[in-house]
Design a protein around this ligand. Sequence first.
Ligand code: IPE
Ligand code: IPE
Ligand code: MG
Length: 251
Amino acid sequence: MQYKYLLEYNKKNHECNPCHVAIIMDGNGRWATRQGKIRIMGHKEGFRAVKEAIKFSIANNLKILTLYAFSSENWNRPLFEIKALMELFLFALDTEIKNLKKHNIRFKVIGDITCFDKKLQNSIHYAEQITFDNTGLILNIAANYGGRWDIIESVKKIINRVQRGILDVNKIQENTISQYLSTSELLPVDLVIRTGGEKRISNFLLWQIAYSELYFTDVLWPDFNCHIFQHAIDSFVSRERRFGGFKKNKK
Ligand code: IPE
Ligand code: IPE
Ligand code: MG
């Protein structure tokens, strides 16, 4: 589908539930510290919240749920925390694979996974392959993802085509960049939710959220539940998206 067409589709549907929700799942460490536990326990509890968010997305007919699981800057954390996060990712994939199939979920990862452990890379590829034909929710996990990385990769692919004479440099438009991003086959992001109280994007989908609605909550990710998700959806539905234009029938 053409990006322009998708944008039109999105504009027409903006008074309904969002099609694509992206979540910055922040606050695991603080949740654990407040409970007197080590940070890793917060990540483990965060996995419970992930399952709840998926359940809610299916029940509410969302088409795509993108979850920011590990940023390209999260390598700045202590090694034992990074290792624990990778182990949790692997555990989650291995234990949940049957549920992905059962619930008709298509699993997808965006981000540079080439520096992950081979075992984890294989599990990711396996999950992507065996859920490829599923037609329900697209569960899109951003792992070792950075919005700037995504744009750089797109630009590199475009330059490659220009150099090979396949693409005319004067024909490069917005949708050329979009077409080569990791999210090219997905519908535009309607709503970004960030838990954990910070009001920033932290190098998440930079290009893709130019006209997304933003919802920030102080709730820490392990405490996230269907009620908070519903609040975010209600807030989205109550907003008027104008995409730089205006509504004729409104003063
Ligand atoms: C988000 O929670 C999870 C990841 C970034 C992997 P944090 O670990 O950032 O938790 P806080 O923000 O330190 O509380
Ligand atoms: C954003 O959270 C990344 C993820 C949720 C995966 P961070 O905790 O890494 O973001 P900053 O450091 O507060 O900006
Ligand atoms: Mg954080």
